[in-house]
Design a protein around this ligand. Sequence first.
Ligand code: SAH
Length: 467
Amino acid sequence: MSLLPLFIDIKNKPCLVVGGGTIALRKVKMLSKAEASITIVAPTICQALQEHCNDTSISIHAREFNNSDINEQCLIIAATDDQALNKHISDLAKQKNILINVADDFKQGDVVLPSVINRDPIQIAVTTGGASPVLARLLRRNLERCTPSAYGSLAVLVEKYRQTTSEAIVDTDARRRFWEEVLQGPIAEMVLAGKLSAAEESLQKKLSSKDFTNNDKGEVYLVGAGPGDPDLLTFRALRLMQQADAVVYDRLVSDQIMDLVRKDAEKIYAGKQRSNHSLQQESINQLLVRLAKQGKRVLRLKGGDPFIFGRGGEEIETLMEEGVHFQVVPGITAAAGCASYSGIPLAHRDHAQACIFVTGHLRDGTVNLNWDMLAHTNQTLVFYMGLHGLSIICEQLINHGLNEQTPAALISKGTTPDQRVLIGDLSSLPNLVDTHHVQSPTLIIVGSVVSLHTKLHWYLTEKEIKA
Ligand code: SAH
């Protein structure tokens, strides 16, 4: 049977709900959101429904249903657990041509209350025509995921300028193109990134300049791709990955993540290895500017978080100087990802009250750090880029006062199916790493929290290696 999708303005219109249990409550909540004038009839009303109705104008009749209850109603919901009664109510309603929904038995009634994705004023409704409410809910969840939460604000902005735009751009084709550009370009992105006044300003500028062409489309998305597992991407990262025209990506971005990028996007490798910088930072900065100025939506995809040892700050500084629109999307940094996937909480009431992220990058054969500040108990140290300086790091921490038995871990390829965890202490970890071939990237965690790994590890347990 095919249904007519319909959104009804039911505000202040009389609606009857027969039933007082949790299903009735769910329906009453939907009607309440639409500001219907609700009457409930049921001999017993569950506590949650009663609480929902307190302080509202919903009228409750705590008694059995009477045939006359349906008079003058605009919509009826039969939500009792008595099927015969639900059918009886439905028959009465149909005789009088009143819309009726029978909870959990769509075919008895004629109206479905769908699963709703709400981005007020936008509403997306899903129904399976009564086939499977669970399936409808799953589908709704998928749609929730790919419908940015700020779409409502976008709709509000567009509505505000609809009239002005109709007057400014009389030709309907030109007007459609104008809105398509606004809704698929930097103005929409600004709204979705929460920059409402900047978006409005750009919209006004676009309208008054009479420039309805596509050349302000260029922008850069500086996006953190997380440590490797594609499931750790943010919704926003995924959305931007799927709409970018060009992608400039790093060595740390995994193949599985690259597979999620728009298939026909231009892909440019800007990978950096320790001593083999495929593209120098300055050239990357300039490349981003050049691509954006060609009108492209450029995705700058980085491992982990762009602002944690990712040089994201330098890249956006250049974009700012060059007047290129951009937004920054955080990612799960390696420390958070590796710690979770190796069962090592970075902070713990009994072990560490602070956590420090440090770069262990070797420069001129040494690691230059404030060792006095680092060599303390009750804190966790996380070394990025520390593999080559590992023995220096351990040695310096011991020399500056940490016990050589302070637990230390090295996590290689964290959060991926190839993750390996090596557990030792400051004196044993360098040897352990020497005797096991580890693959980069690797992260080092030092501190008493590492001892919790024995109890809390949960991911890929067969690959653990201990001293
Ligand atoms: N911006 C990134 C870090 C870039 S520096 C972030 O926020 O994670 C590169 C270093 O990150 C590597 O040398 C390594 O120390 C660490 N790293 C990144 N991904 C990792 C992973 N999956 N497993 C272990 N270490 C990782």
